[in-house]
Ligand binder design. Structure first.
Ligand SMILES: [Zn+2]
Length: 318
């Protein structure tokens, strides 16, 4: 059997993704990449990139793209333009990603979930996952609904609970707080705590652009108007109060937007970022997509960015 890595490497050497990349350039498509975690500590929930892998991916990107800061979006006519963003402002950005980005002089935008940063607590969905990993319980009850916890598959157990919360996140916030109280004897979550405001200020002053990632990091597609305003206004207020800037970019948590959210948010932000994994066509669209799945290998990632990952994967076992 030919390994996955070799297939993508062979396709890269044959020039397939490069050819599609040139075609995408010709059509005026450009990528905005969406990274999450860079850490040597493995975690099945977020699958961080190892720092060495992250370095390799950046070196590959530099070879094929010109990476610009997001503030240049309106002005760039370079067909090789590419942009890099990170979500969640977790401590691994400060410890691992940022030093590597700095080493290669690569501009980056960091989207900050303000409640998590302000409380010094992980984002609720990471916290939930971490607690399920530690508990010995076989099930939990939320709003009289029973959720089984499968110790062999904590990931899918967490995702089931997370999608339950996503249906109506703020209304179920009380149940979430209750759940965290039930698990409080387990101690706090151990993975992926957020950066603090002074670390954010430090990276901002060193050139990192800061955007909002909402206040509560919730699924905004199902929020009502009042709840949407909390996410837009509170996150802006916290960023302004702590970092002294007025953020103009907003990345929807988990990529979930909805037309109401964009209509309301337009009063407060200039651009909105999704995470559906596709490229953008040049223009002045205020809603932009991001390539959110980054493979643990540059060649595979390069295929992913240019939309030929599925095609090459289909040859994997033939
Ligand atoms: Zn996020």
């Amino acid at each position: 059997m030919v390994g996955r890595k070799n297939i993508f490497y062979a396709s890269y050497r044959l020039g397939l993704p490069r050819l599609i990349h040139l075609y995408n350039q010709y059509r005026g498509y450009y990528p905005i990449l969406n990274f999450h975690r860079v850490s040597p500590v493995y975690d099945p929930f977020t699958e961080p990139l190892a720092p060495d892998t992250f370095s390799t991916i950046l070196r590959g990107l530099i070879k094929h793209y010109h990476i610009y800061p997001l503030r240049e979006l309106n002005h760039i006519s370079d067909p090789k333009a590419c942009y890099i963003t990170f979500d969640d402002a977790t401590i691994d950005f400060y410890q691992y990603a940022w030093p590597i980005l700095k080493q290669y002089h690569i501009p980056v935008t960091l989207f900050v979930p303000t409640h998590s940063v302000n409380e010094g607590e992980p984002i609720w969905n990471y916290k939930l996952f971490s607690l399920l990993l530690q508990t010995k319980s076989k099930s939990i009850t939320l709003n009289e609904q029973l959720f089984r916890i499968d110790p062999a598959n904590i990931l899918s157990s967490s995702l089931r609970i997370i999608s339950y919360f996503n249906e109506n996140p703020l209304a179920k916030k009380a149940a979430m707080d209750d759940l965290l109280r039930q698990f409080s004897s387990l101690g706090s979550a151990t993975v992926f705590r957020p950066m603090n405001w002074s670390q954010l200020k430090e990276v901002m002053e060193a050139g990192v652009e800061i955007g909002s990632h909402g206040h509560n990091h919730v699924w905004m597609e199902t929020l009502n108007e009042k709840e949407l305003m909390v996410e837009f206004v509170e996150s802006k207020r916290y960023i302004t109060a702590n970092l002294g800037i007025d953020p103009q970019w907003f990345a929807f948590p988990m990529g979930a937007a909805g037309t109401d959210a964009i209509r309301i948010g337009k009063e407060l932000y200039q651009r909105f970022f999704l995470a559906n994994g596709t490229m953008n066509q040049k223009g002045k669209n205020i809603v932009l997509d991001r390539v959110n799945q980054i493979d643990h290998d540059f060649h595979e990632t390069y295929h992913r960015i240019n939309g030929v990952h599925g095609f090459v994967s289909s040859f994997k076992f033939k």
